[in-house]
Design a protein around this ligand. Structure first.
Ligand code: CA
Length: 466
């Protein structure tokens, strides 16, 4: 009798569930997750506490690892700024559409520079799905009006369009701080604090909607500049350069803390998917950032240039305190987010994959059995524990990363079969790519000089882009 009653009750519950407004067919879905994507600039693998940094506390970024998943083999698709961001926004290897290099500053960049208009950005996808979208910080995906972030899916923009910007004033005539398309009038802000302020305001203003917050800090990219508020925390660090770096990093960590606090106060933390990633490895000689135990720096396809701090927190869906060791790449952000919000990606051939099933344990295997890098004359492939890298000299360097994370023991000569296997897989991928659409960037570079000369030869000075 009791059993029958139980069965009846169960059936009743099931029937109720089937027509429930929350669970029934055709009912409106439960509220979709908010998306927060925080990008650090030139932050090395060992610059965050949970990755081994000991002299600069980063409790807020660390909390993402405590409450989410930390990747130990988290990569970006390029060892410099703009190409990585192109991959991040599209979920595709950026060399497929010619975005192989930084373009140099607006004054020397080729007119064609910008994220290809044929590509679908993550912001465009989310806007189409009904999300409020905002970017606060560094764009670096085009200077001309057609490439402006508000033409690429963002409702709101506060930040700058180019690759580097001073932190303590807005007087960068070719790279102004903009709100929308309007230059921001002088105000005594520290850019990291200003981007945080705008991000917090965005959450507060948009909290009743589903939103996508993209927060690409320029910290800890050069120039090394910090305000007294943060410098005063590190009076114990004697070296001026390191002290300033520590202050810059601490400001960014404070900013991450304020964003998390704002989500918490709005009772949105459980239903917000938060990614944190650096755009490339640390340029140690430039800003004292550290990549150890990895070898190499920003602008190299050695691990120190491409393996970065990378975490994801989604308290409502993913386990906390999990360390995930399989290789993942920033290209995975776009498809992971698309799946989380229920947006189709059928219009793009994505290279990234949805990570959530792997992280929650519902899917076995690995997200990627191979990852690739091409950056001009440099190239690399990782297959399982093995990596083949070629720097500018073209000499093959073959490493077993499981045994040799520091890429110290080149096995190219002793493992010819493995070398051949990786080279063949790389060649197959490389054959799918197009030539770079513009040359290597920096103002001091040969390509940039040639472009500048060509532009100077053109009649009439072009007005400032943007
Ligand atoms: Ca960078």
């Amino acid at each position: 009798m009791r059993r029958r009653e139980f069965l009846k009750t169960s059936a009743g519950l099931l029937a109720t569930a089937a027509v429930s407004p929350r669970l029934g067919w055709g009912a409106p879905p439960a509220r979709r997750p908010n998306i927060v994507l925080i990008v650090a600039d030139d932050l090395g693998y060992a610059d965050i506490g949970v990755y081994g940094c000991t002299d600069v506390p980063t409790p807020n970024v660390d909390s993402l690892a405590k409450n989410g998943v930390r990747f130990t083999n988290g990569y970006v698709s390029c060892p410099v700024c703009s190409p990585t961001r192109a991959g991040l926004m599209t979920g595709r290897y950026q060399q497929r559409f010619g975005h192989e290099f930084n373009p140099g500053p607006p004054t020397v960049a080729d007119d064609i520079f910008g994220l290809s208009l044929k590509e679908v950005t993550l912001a465009e996808r989310l806007k189409k799905a009904g999300y409020a979208t905002g970017i606060f910080g560094k764009w670096h995906l085009g200077y001309l009006p057609q490439y402006h972030p508000m033409k690429r899916g963002f409702d709101e923009f506060f930040g700058f369009l180019a690759g580097a910007h001073p932190y303590v004033q807005t007087e960068a005539p070719s790279n102004l701080i903009l709100r929308g398309s309007e230059p921001v009038k002088e105000e005594p802000f520290y850019t990291t604090d200003a981007f945080t302020r705008e991000a917090v305001s965005f959450i507060e203003r948009r909290q009743k909607e589903s939103f996508f917050l993209y927060l690409p800090y320029n910290a800890v990219h050069g120039p090394l500049q910090a305000s007294e508020k943060y410098l005063s925390r590190f009076s114990s660090i004697g070296d001026d350069k390191r002290r300033t770096f520590a202050a810059m990093l601490s400001a960014m960590d404070d900013g991450v803390g304020r964003v998390l606090e704002t989500l918490r106060k709005a009772n949105l933390e459980d239903n917000t998917l938060i990614f944190f990633v650096s755009d490339n490895g640390g340029p140690t000689p430039g800003n004292t950032s550290r990549n150890d135990p990895l070898r190499g720096y920003k602008a190299q396809v050695l691990e120190g240039g491409i393996r970065v701090p990378f975490m994801v927190q989604w308290k409502g869906r993913l386990p906390g305190g999990k360390v995930y060791d399989q290789p993942v790449i920033a290209l995975d952000v776009h498809p992971t987010v698309a799946a989380a919000v229920g947006a189709s990606v059928a219009d793009s051939k994505l290279d990234g994959v949805d990570l959530v099933p792997y992280l929650s344990g519902t899917k076995k295997g690995v997200p990627h059995d191979r990852l690739f890098w091409r950056f001009g004359e440099q190239s690399a492939i990782r297959m399982g524990d093995w990596k083949l890298a070629k720097l500018a000299d073209g000499a093959p360097q073959l490493y077993n990363l499981a045994k040799d994370i520091g890429e110290a023991n080149n096995l190219a000569a002793s493992e010819p079969a493995k070398l051949k296997e990786l080279q063949a897989a790389y060649d197959e991928w490389n054959a799918q790519l197009m030539e770079p659409r513009w040359g290597r960037g920096g103002a001091a570079g040969q390509d940039a000089k040639a472009k500048a000369a060509r532009k100077a030869a053109k009649a009439g000075a072009r007005k400032q882009p943007g």
